[in-house]
Structures are given as C-alpha cells and as structure tokens.
Design a protein around this ligand. Sequence first.
Ligand code: ADP
Ligand code: ZN
Ligand code: ZN
Length: 745
Amino acid sequence: MYFRRVGLASRPDLRESRETGGAGRMPVTDGVVEVAVPRPLRRVFDYAVPTGEPVPPVGARVRVPFGRTEVVGVVAGDRPGSKHRLKTITEVIDPNGFLPPDLVELAVWLSRYYHHPVGEVFGTMLPAVARRGEAARLRPSRCWLAQPEGTVDRAPRQAAALSALRAFGGPVAATVVRPLGIDRRALAALVRKGLVAEVEERPEYRVRTSPFDLNDEQRRAVEVIADAAGDAGTVVLEGVTGSGKTEVYMRAIAEVVARGGQALVLVPEIGLTPQTLARFRERFGGAAPLHSAEPDAVRFDTWLRCANGQHKVLVGTRSAIFAPFSDLRLIVVDEEHDSSFKQQEGLRYSARDVAVKRGRILGVPVVLGSATPALQTLDNAARGRYGRALLTRRAGQATLPRYRVLDVRGQRLRDGLSDRLVGVLDQHLRAGNQALVFVNRRGFAPTCLCTSCGWQARCDSCDARLTLHETPPGLRCHHCGRRYRLPDTCPSCAAPSLIGLGTGTQRLESALGAQFPDVPLYRFDRDTTRGPARFDAQFELLRRGGPAILVGTQMLAKGHHLPAVTVVAVIDADSGFLSADFRAPERTAQLIVQVAGRAGRAERPGEVWIQTYDPANANLRALVEEGYRGFAETETAHRREAGLPPFAAMAVLRAESAHVGACEAVLERARAVLREALRAGAGRWDVLGPAPAPMARRSGRLRFQCLVLASRRPALHAALARLEQAEIQASNVRWSIDVDPYDTF
Ligand code: ADP
Ligand code: ZN
Ligand code: ZN
C-alpha cells in the first residue's frame, strides 16, 4: 500500500473538499481518492477506484482493504494521480454521496483544531449503524395514535402508556415513544386491543402563532438574530432564567420553518425531556429528537430524515451538531455554558464551539443562549466577535430571587445544616411553599472515616476516597463505579467507630426527613432518577404546589420551572469557589444562579441562602451583590492576571498506562517537542508537567498530564501539529490531546 505521511495542516486539497467535490457530483480524475479510515492514524490513504466505475463523491462511504481486514472509510478528497500500486476500493456504499460537503469540511477542521485522527473524527460524527456501512435507506416511519375512547383495566403499564399517548395529542413517532416513558410491550398490547392504531406519518411542519406578544427586550433579541442571519454571525442571548429565551428561539425558528428551511437546537444532556420536545412540537407541528439514549437505528433514521429535508426542526444533545441537513438555516445552543456540550473522551470537542464553526461554514446564524454564559463566550462578545442580546426581566410577572449569605463560622452544623437554615426552611414550609436544598454530591457522605485511628475507605483501583451510600448500603467509588461492602468495624484497628464525613444528598434527605416528618420529600440525583419520564412526572407533581422539600444535585439546576419553590438553600458553596481547578468558580457560580433560577415564580418571590465559612470570598460577594454579571467581571479580571483562558489558549496532554514510568517518558518527549515549537513562535507560553493527574490512579491505571498554555492560539496549534508528527508514542501508553479542556484538575 502506498500512503503519504502528510499532516492535515499542509493539506489544502482536503480543505477545499467543498469546491472539488460534493454530494452527487462526479469529479473526473483518473480514479484515485483519499479515504479516511477508522484508525487512530493522523493521515488519509489513497485508493484506486475500480476501473470503469464513477469516482465516488467526497463524503461517500467506501469499503476498502486495510491491513489484513476491510474497513468502512469516508472519501475525504480526490486527486489526479496514478493508480499504480494502489489498493482498490472494494465497494462504494454511497455512489450518490452521503455526508454533505459542509460536514466533510467540518471534519477536516475538527481534526486540525482538536488534533485528532481524521478517520476517527468521521467515526465520531456517524451513528454506529452508519459507521458499520449499513445502506442509507429509509424505512417507512411508524407512528402510534391513541383512540379517543376506551380504557384498560388491571394493566397499569398499558393504562399509563394510553394516557401518555392521549396527553401527547397526536400521532407519536417511534423516536418519541421512549422519551415519553412508554413501555414498548404495553404499546404492542394496546395495538392488539385496538386502543392504539399504527399509522404511517410524515411530520407536517407548520408554524402556529404564539399565544402572547413579545416584550421589548425579546423583540429586540429577535431583531439581533435576524441581523445576524445577514452576515452569518453568532449571537449571545443572555437572559435570566424564565426571561423567555425559548420563546425567542421559537420566533427565530418560525421564520426559518415558514420559508421551508431547517433549524437545529442543541440542548444539554438532561434537557431533552418530553416537556421540551412537546413545546417545540406544539409550535411547529413537528420536531425530531436526537440523543444518545435512543437506539442507534432510530438515530440513523432521524439523521437520514434531516439529510433529505423531511425534518425541519431537530432538537438534540451534543452529537446532534453532526447531523446532516439539506437546508440548515439556524443553529441554537441552549444553556451554552453547560458542561455536557464538551465531550470528555475520544474526540474532545465542544459542541458549542463546533456549532459556531459549522454556522460559519454554512453561512447561517448561531444563537448561544444562557442565563449564565461561559466566561469564554462573554469574552468573545466583549471583543465584538459575537453579537449580543439581553433579557433582563422575567417574562410575565415573576421577580428574581434575592441572595442571602449565611456565615456559618463557629457554628455546629448538623448533617450539613445550620440551625438558622433549618429555621428559614421551616418558615417557608409553614407558609405552604416548597424548599429546594442543593448539594453537589450524591450518596450519604463523601468520606468514610474511622474516628479511632483515622483510617479512610479508599478505592483499590483509583486514587480516590469511597463515598458512603445509605440506600442501598455500601461504599462506592464514584470514579470507576466499583462497589464495596461496608465493614462493621474498622479494617485497620477493628474499632466500631466508622463514620460518614461530609454531606451528600442521601444524608440531607434523611436529616430533613427527620426534621420535617410531615412534608413530602423528593430526592433528585443520578441514583434516584432513571429516565427523563419519571423525572418529568415528579416535577409535574411539584408544580401542583403544596409544601414539599426537594433535595438534589446539579440535576435540579437544569430546565425545570418550579413555581412553588420560594427558598433555595446552597449547603456548600466553598468547595466550589475554593477548588484548585481554575474553572471551578465559574461552574459553581453558574450552578448557584441556575438553581436559584428555579425558584420564585409569579406572585411568590424567592430567596437563596448560601452557607459559607468564607463570607468574604470575592467571587461569592460579587455574585450575591451584583449577580452573575458581577461575578463574571471579578473572575475574568482574575483570569486575565493569571494568564488563563480566555486570555490564553490551553491544551492538556493526558497519558495513561499500567506501567510505572511509561507516562512520564512519553510526556517528557512531548514536552521537548512542544517547547521547541513554542520557542520558535511568538507570544508568551508555558508547558507545565508532566505531573501526576489529580487522580493519579484510576481503574488501576497510572495517569499523568501536561498543561500547555499559549497567549496566541496559532502558536498553540502549530506546536500541537508538530507534536502529531513527532514519534513520541510508546506501545504501553495511551495518550491524548485535549484542546480547550473543561477539566484540568
Ligand atoms: P427561558 O427559556 O428564558 O427560561 P421561557 O421561554 O421558557 O424562558 O419562558 C418562561 C415562561 O414565560 C414560559 O412559560 C413562557 O411561555 C412565558 N413567556 C415567554 N415570553 C412571554 C411573553 N412575551 N409574555 C408572556 N409570557 C411569556
Ligand atoms: Zn480504625
Ligand atoms: Zn475506583
């Protein structure tokens, strides 16, 4: 086999794939194409087109011999050249094209920006079924429609399915059955009983008018987005929770749909609940979901229906940014600050940043909406790279909650709660309102400790303490998932003196349950919440009002409006504001503001109480006195001084190995390459490490990392490109590059 070892940085031919070929076009060469294969190799390979056959278009999938096997690759470019000594394509899977040109261009950009093997970039983009080479053929789409009359007895699942179908109020597509929490077996039984009909349906997109007029700020925001459509710009829509951002998105989408175009809405992982989807469907007659919990065949089907223009509105999580469209005219990223938009393994892309790039490639506007925009995003707006629209008031009459700092120095906390806080909760509950108690730790206690000898329960395969769980009882590693039995006595000194130290959601649940035995209590964390349907059902109960306590993790920070909540308690803000990770204060402030945003709707204003041992903390002060904006200014000034993003470009090199010393050796070589490259460039820079990762051992493997900072982004990318070419690899080490890392600690 013949291949050229060239970095993509020097590949103008790849970059121009948009001009040289496209779906459906048959460029004439003498039959050599470049194929990206699904292997961790930082290059493309030349293959010969079978004699007498048309050249497959760029973006088509092909089956090609590779090593001793055959793989499915993607045609990334074509070029004149000799077929001499080249291997020949075995099968052209998509003779009429598959990935549209904008996605091929995006893939090439991704491989360069994230310094990731191009074949694996295509692998990340495609649904698994497509990756395996399944033909891009659409099956007729089945829908289910409940008959208006009839009931089921003694079959609770069927009854639940039937009422869910009826509540939906129209044919339910296969893709929505699961998000609605409908049991498939129950559905089949209902079809047999004739209570549900199977119909074939194509969504009929039409725009329904909104039930209310926009307020001035919303109208202005819609105008800014319309202006951005003119020059394909990015707009930051900064609006407090409940200020009507979704309504603004829907107006902008309505413009697009009315003209027959398509719109893509990205939402955080947890955001894609039936509620969200129903809202879009109601307005546009249809909206297709796309998220990782769906079976892959369904995802592929949705993909193809976006590609052929059938779906006009796609609402999806992170990977939906890679869906193909025939006529995409608007991209919305809702809650753009959310960490779930950053993929944490493989191709470590940020769906938000990719959205901005894709918008540029396609020449369409991108809207980044949030109540708490990322500091990076605010900086882009401040520099004039992004347009900006503000929604400062809540739509309707609701007022924003007030912040109160609760200084707990010198006080004894019981199960993480101060007496004062319990008193405040009591007041609100007595008045018939709901209280939300937030702590970002699941389990009972984050540490299990022996009070006689100081022994701590630790994971055998990670460098981490075990979390004590009460229900079901035991010790668990939150990093590798291992479970351990809870010993009756200390394994080290045999004393019966093991205690849980610190406060998790389960501890709060039992403490508050004992404190307020007559008040219904709901816990929300990853251990209690299986599936969005159940999640939604509980929120539905809470929206009906009446006193209740909600205890939970960041799950409570997202998406749901809780009109009866009048008090929010933040148990431990300090661990976030004082963490060593440079992004921790930003994350903490966003969480607090988002949780606070759930509270106080309509006639009942809310209060947010924050317990702290560090009441003078500058970030905390700024947040409670001036809101998220004030916090953002304080923290941005700090980042500027420290030379951290957004005032520098950052990457982390991570290495992992079962062998002692192997990671350090690879990272030392990497550092040498990087230093040499950075020294040749301009601007300030730094390479820190190799140092043990914050968790130096995880699942039995040793982990090290290097941090790379450069005041000029091009210098960083040039150095990383050099690193891609360098021979630093060792067979017993897995290493990766993370550009714009989310977690550095
Ligand atoms: P956000 O997305 O910013 O949290 P939403 O768009 O969900 O806010 O709006 C919050 C609530 O206010 C929704 O119930 C919505 O229907 C309502 N709403 C939005 N805009 C208006 C408006 N102009 N007049 C009255 N109610 C509105
Ligand atoms: Zn002990
Ligand atoms: Zn572990």
